[in-house]
Ligand binder design. Structure first.
Ligand code: ZN
Length: 508
């Protein structure tokens, strides 16, 4: 595949490196399983004990990845010229991991892993009790570790937040993101105000009500399968917040939740299936290797949001499906037309919660987090000031203000997990998805395919250009190779303005 030399597998150093990496991947898989278990089935009391196990497993992982043998072999492999593209990517990933871990003193790394394993529970409790002060000291510790670790790795002159951003999305530093978020702020904040001032009323009351959980579960499985999620290699479970995790491309796990609002689970499951389909589409040559998963967080989110929005919220998608949906909920939906349903699931409602946001306001939620992360990392913003700043920004961009921290600064788990630099990828993913959408509309009758129920044709195009490569190529290259153009956020702005301009009958 691609440009690497196919005859490369004779490299002796690479053959010796393989068993080291296999052991490391086994530990990774165990860690992923514990995370999955914590979120789905593990009893409440298990948490603090599991945190110890996770700390020990992480320590063992660091030991293997940074061991002298691994280091020497990686150094040899770095100089190899005969590796295939896949092998080259695996070595590159391993080298990055090596560089990332080797600079952190083992004790610090282990203490940190225990801290974040424990902090999820501290956060959850603080959120439940709407008490930011209960979480603030833990958050301070996490930030100080994060800055310290980034400092160990920073190249000369590199800013700490850029080090963190690079872990999630290569090629998108603050300079690039300031431009991106600047465009969204300039275009979308005033556009949203116009939408809110429009006289168009969209009914969505029928989406809330008595939708039996059992039926919702059946529907979720039906939809995941309809869009192409393979249940022989994947499962669907339940958790408070829907997520996807994967051991490798033959074991991908989705979760969803079942709410009174039927579209919450319905679109969550299509979203997570999008993540899952990406992982399932990775080439078998990369299975259980460091390159055997999605290219980046942003590229991942582009696939989930593509399935959720460009496919799932598309009127054409529901043409062959709507009667089927009515059969699931005959009482609730019998007097609701397909057109009414499609309008309802696209209604714009600025709210406080990111994960419940509509497509138009979604990236503004991310904008708030990006600005605050930058301040926390680059400007030493005092953690105590977060709740008020958060509320002020929500008021400015979205016109809503949280009344308590549970619906404000405490809503997301990311900071409790130490994932600084992650949020921007949510907005980037949406923008990647829009660029892919316009490319595909040029190449094929996109809506026509949906009307004929041929999601598989669209899925195959995504697999051909994106999924199969795993981590072999970075997101900017994948996007450029697919669409023939470098990342261009104007597509995203156009997509939103066209879609919502039409829905809200705004003059161009
Ligand atoms: Zn997602």
């Amino acid at each position: 595949m691609g440009q690497g030399k196919e005859e490369g597998k004779g490299s002796k150093a690479y053959e010796q490196l393989k068993p080291c990496l296999e052991r490391a991947m086994a530990l990774q898989a165990a860690l992923v399983l514990f995370e999955w278990d914590n979120e789905t089935l593990a009893p409440e009391e298990a948490g603090r004990y599991t945190a110890k196990i996770q700390g020990a497993l992480s320590g063992a992982y660091q030991e293997i990845m940074t061991g002298e043998t691994t280091g020497k072999l990686l150094e040899k492999c770095r100089k190899e010229t005969g590796l295939t593209e896949a092998e080259g990517a695996i070595v590159r990933e391993a080298l990055e991991e090596y560089e990332r871990l080797v600079r952190i003193p083992p004790k610090e790394y282990r203490d940190y892993q225990e801290l974040v394993a424990e902090s999820a529970r501290v956060w959850a409790k603080a959120k439940e009790q709407q008490d930011f002060d209960a979480f603030a000291p833990t958050l301070k510790k996490i930030i100080s570790y994060q800055k310290k670790f980034a400092g160990y790795r920073a190249k000369k002159g590199q800013r700490l937040y850029d080090v963190m951003l690079d872990d999630y999305e290569k090629g998108f530093s603050m300079e690039k993101l300031d431009e991106f978020f600047g465009l969204l702020k300039k275009e979308l904040v005033p556009f949203l105000k116009k939408v809110m001032d429009s006289k168009v009323e969209i009914r969505d009351d029928f989406l809330t009500g008595d939708f039996p959980e059992e039926k919702q579960r059946e529907l979720a499985e039906f939809l995941a399968e309809y869009v192409g999620f393979d249940f022989k290699r994947g499962v669907l479970s339940e958790s408070a917040h829907p997520f996807t995790t994967n051991l490798h491309n033959h074991d991908v796990r989705l979760t969803t939740h079942y709410r009174e609002r039927v579209d919450s689970s319905l679109f969550s499951v299509i979203h997570e299936a999008g993540h899952g389909i990406y992982e399932l589409g990775v080439d078998d040559g990369l299975t259980q290797t460091l390159a055997g998963q999605g290219a980046s967080m942003g590229m991942h989110e582009s696939q989930s949001r593509f399935f959720e929005n460009m496919i799932g919220r598309n009127g054409a998608f529901w043409e062959p499906l709507y009667e089927r949906l009515q059969e699931f909920f005959p009482e609730q939906l019998k007097s609701v037309s397909r057109e009414e349903f499609v309008r309802a699931v696209n209604k714009v409602q600025p709210g406080l919660i990111r994960t419940e946001a509509d497509e138009l306001t979604y990236s503004l939620h991310v904008l708030v987090r990006y600005e605050l992360e930058k301040m926390l990392i680059e400007e030493d913003l005092d953690v105590e000031k977060l709740p008020k700043l958060w509320a002020d920004k929500y008021e400015e961009y979205l016109g809503v203000r949280p009344e308590n921290p549970a619906e404000g600064v405490l809503q997301d788990i990311h900071w409790a997990q130490g994932s600084f630099g992650y949020f921007p990828s949510y907005a980037l993913g949406s923008a990647f998805a829009a660029q892919m959408y316009y490319f595909m509309k040029k190449e094929m009758d996109f809506e026509g395919l949906l009307r004929q129920g041929k999601v598989n044709v669209i899925r195959e195009v995504l697999r051909k250009h994106i999924h199969r490569f795993g981590k072999m190529r970075d997101s900017r290259r994948l996007l450029r190779d697919m669409t023939g153009e470098d990342f261009n956020p104007e597509y995203y702005v156009k997509y939103l303005k066209d879609k919502y301009g039409e829905l809200y009958q705004m003059k161009k």
